[in-house]
Design a protein around this ligand. Structure first.
Ligand code: NAG
Length: 373
């Protein structure tokens, strides 16, 4: 980064073009994440001082995240995965220069372990489409939208939660949206139960009958809103606390419902409409491709390339107008996203991703919900 900034502008552009061209080589399909050729090429550009000190970085990592391994064999395997993830982080840094990528609590997991255990959006089909039978959100006026907006400043967002080793992201996205809608409807911010969704919600996607909400194995926010509508509502977090396991049975108690869905709808793939719905209806349930999130440390993520295959459910809580100014995209606006990996991930549990071109599919599956007054 430092080098790039100090270069004459034209040269910098050339570099960026080159980087993008390299990136293009690995962009085909999703193979690029595991492309070893990619590592080689990028390493030539960045240098590998990080990798030479990998053992030291691994010790720091184990200490910081309290990691222990059952056997020496496991330890050695995790070290090799950690090294591969250092290379990935360097690659992500090249492809996503306005964010900071590095060691996170997920640095000893392979991409597929990470995906299986910490994501959980149930999306069999990689096609991008809004559910055909879902209600479409009415088109809202967009002239008077604020330049910056953040529902956290208006008391509509609960503290950052942690889904643990369970692919239940979809339940956190759902509760987050309903917590906000319920706040708008009642004036009270009440933390809602993900475990109720994990244990009790087996609603299926009307378009793919074999794609149903299934606890730690994934789900969809729209199906979860449908379940919540049918079940009558959600209980309070304290009354039905999160266990991070889907082995238990359903303990839903109808008499303890604290938030009810009145209706929900999908928002069109239009960033102005997304912003308008966010401001009017509260935080929105959105899906995203989380590949850059495994190595994300902070900043505005704006990768040159990112698959739009949606695999993670999160909560859109606001937007900013000008968060950073790399040469390529000066003063570009960004979305503020609440994640469910605890406060120690990202920016106190939050992720920023640039607006403007549906980066990582963030605009592709957006739902808004209203609560009963
Ligand atoms: C709920 O329904 C009303 C009336 O049809 C509509 O105006 C509103 O936009 C809907 N809200 C959501 C969040 O879908």
């Amino acid at each position: 980064m430092g080098l790039r900034v100090s270069l004459p502008l034209s040269l910098a552009f050339l570099l960026i073009l080159l980087t993008t061209a390299f990136a293009g080589v690995f962009a085909a399909g999703d193979g690029f994440e595991s492309s070893d050729d990619g590592d080689l090429l990028i390493r030539q550009v960045v240098g590998d001082d990080h990798l030479q000190n990998a053992d030291h970085h691994f010790s720091l990592f184990k200490k910081r995240f309290g990691k222990t391994y059952a056997s020496q064999q496991e330890h050695d395997y995790r070290l090799s995965v950690f090294k591969a993830n250092l290379r990935r982080a360097l690659r992500h840094q090249k492809l996503d220069p306005s964010a900071v990528h590095g060691v996170t609590q997920f640095s000893d997991l392979t991409p597929s372990e990470f995906k299986r255990t910490f994501l959980g959006l149930n999306r069999r089909s990689p096609r991008l489409r809004l559910p055909a039978d879902a209600n479409k959100a009415p088109i809202l006026p967009t002239e008077d939208l604020p330049k910056d907006f953040d529902w956290r400043e208006h008391g509509a967002v609960t503290g950052v939660k942690n889904q643990g080793s369970c692919g239940s992201c979809w339940s956190f996205s759902t509760t987050g949206a309903l917590e906000g809608a319920n706040f708008l409807a009642t004036g009270k911010l009440v933390s809602l139960s993900e475990q109720q969704l994990v244990d009790c919600d087996h609603e299926c996607d009307p378009e793919e009958k074999d794609s149903c909400d299934s606890g730690c194995n994934g789900g969809l926010m729209n199906s979860a809103f449908e379940y919540t509508l049918k079940a009558g509502g959600l209980m309070r977090e304290e009354d039905y606390p999160y266990s991070g396991s889907d082995k238990g049975s359903c303990h839903f108690d109808k008499s303890k419902i604290v938030a009810k869905v009145s209706n929900f709808s999908v928002v069109s793939l239009d960033e102005e409409q997304i912003a308008a719905n966010l401001v009017k209806n509260g935080p929105l349930a959105v899906a995203i491709n989380a590949v850059y999130m495994q190595t994300y440390v902070g900043g505005v993520s704006c990768p040159y390339i990112c698959s739009k295959r949606l695999d993670h459910g999160v909560l859109l809580v606001g937007y900013g107008s000008a968060g950073y100014s790399p040469i390529r995209m000066k003063e570009k606006p960004y979305w503020i996203i609440k994640n469910s990996w605890g406060e120690h991930w990202g920016e106190n549990g939050y992720y920023k991703i640039c607006r403007g071109r549906n980066v990582c599919g963030v605009d592709s599956m957006v739902s808004t919900v209203a609560a009963v007054h």
